[in-house]
Design a protein around this ligand. Structure first.
Ligand code: KG4
Ligand code: ZN
Length: 366
């Protein structure tokens, strides 16, 4: 397998509540092609519990991975023999699900007699724009999903500098919790956005945590508490008030993210010889139109292009895992992992920068 040749990679993603398998081909000239991309969401399994239950997630991955891999190969019109490399998410994420996916990948690589690549989930998100838009580093990345909230300077394949991260809740989590306490349907983000469209964004003066701070970190826990207090004070809540709370929450979040990104761009410009030419947004929350609109304006003010992968490739998928492995391979930065490679619940993409906080539950989101 020479780095200059084209390569066909089967990717597996099981770090949270989506089971995904994809087959991606990278041509020698760097062009990417998705041959298949199968995603099965577990929302229904977790809905009754109000959040993702790790044991249920691991079991659900196990139950469908076999079928999904067969479907991905069939959709791609590939046999196992056509696969050059098997890649799986090895972290960060829920350890049970990671173990299921990585162990499955090991057996598949053994059966197919291919090398195995253990991929960082965040690297998958970080490099997706290479696959979707042919955009290569350097760029500034805002990753905002139910599990992650961070800004990174993507310097090169395999070279990432963390600029900012959340010190408490992830942004998607803040949307989901807001929806839950207002009694809106899951997933929360789209529900809040829908209600916000009919609301008055000035109706509630919600806080803007971290605004103006030097380090471009995020915090959403205080905002969530303010939303709860507003909802309690307005009980029994009407659709009108729900819409106003959603609009005011969305406005507060957008102000926070815009301010933090502005700071991250300034830091990134100082950390590289040339200012990064693009702002890339990824993760489920990147689908939010108010946020997107604001960031488009902000990027333009800084002379940057705003690039966002299409929503199905913004949210968790396995094409991004296969692609990250293919890019690493092409850059000569893929050391095939041994079959003893371990899953990691915590795995910062930037292993050099000091952690913003110690350990525990929040670590996964960093
Ligand atoms: O990337 P993703 O599919 O999964 C991970 O969490 O890794 O992101 C899902 C998150 C959920 O919190 C969901 O509420 C949020 O993205 N989301 C949105 C929107 N669509 C999805 N948040 C705000 N506005 C949206 N339109
Ligand atoms: Zn993700």
């Amino acid at each position: 397998m020479s780095p200059s040749a084209h390569i066909t990679v089967l990717g597996i993603e099981t770090s949270c509540d989506e089971t995904a398998v994809a087959v991606v081909r990278r041509a020698a000239d760097g062009a990417g092609e998705i041959l298949s991309n199968v995603v099965r969401s577990q929302w229904q399994e977790h809905a009754a519990f109000g959040g993702v239950v790790p044991e249920i997630a691991a079991r659900a991955h196990l139950e469908c991975l076999d079928d999904l891999a067969a479907t991905a190969l069939k959709d791609a019109a590939c046999e196992l023999d056509d696969i050059d490399l098997v890649a799986a998410t090895a972290g960060p994420g829920l350890i049970g699900g990671l173990l299921v996916g990585l162990t499955f990948a090991k057996s598949l690589a053994l059966a197919a007699d291919t090398p195995l690549a253990a991929i960082n989930h965040l690297e998958g998100h970080a490099l997706t724009v290479g696959l979707t838009d042919g955009v290569r580093p350097p760029y500034v990345l805002l990753l905002v999903s139910g599990g992650h909230t961070q800004t990174l300077l993507v310097r090169d394949i395999g070279s990432y500098v963390r600029l900012g991260t959340t010190v408490d809740d992830a942004l998607g989590e803040a949307f989901d919790k807001t929806a839950k306490l207002l009694g809106l349907d899951a997933p929360g983000g789209p529900s809040v956005e829908r209600f916000a469209a009919d609301g008055n964004a000035d109706a509630f003066a919600f806080p803007r945590p971290m605004l103006g701070r030097d380090a471009p970190h995020f915090s959403f826990a205080g905002l969530k508490t303010a939303v709860r207090r507003a909802a309690e004070a307005a009980a029994p809540i009407t659709d009108r008030t729900t819409a106003d709370i959603c609009a005011s929450f969305q406005a507060a979040v957008t102000d926070c993210v815009a301010d933090r990104i502005e700071r991250a761009i300034a830091l990134a410009s100082g950390a590289s010889t040339a200012p990064p030419p693009a702002l890339v947004i990824a993760g489920g929350v990147a689908a939010n139109r108010t946020l997107r609109g604001r960031l488009e304006g902000l990027a333009a003010e800084h002379g940057l292009g705003l690039i966002a992968p299409p929503p199905p490739l913004c949210t968790d998928n396995a094409a991004m895992i296969a692609w990250a492995a293919a890019e690493r391979h092409a850059a000569g930065k893929l050391e095939a992992d041994g079959f003893d490679v371990a899953a990691r619940a915590r795995w910062p993409l930037d292993e050099v920068s000091a952690p913003v906080f110690g350990s525990g539950r929040l670590g996964v989101k960093a």
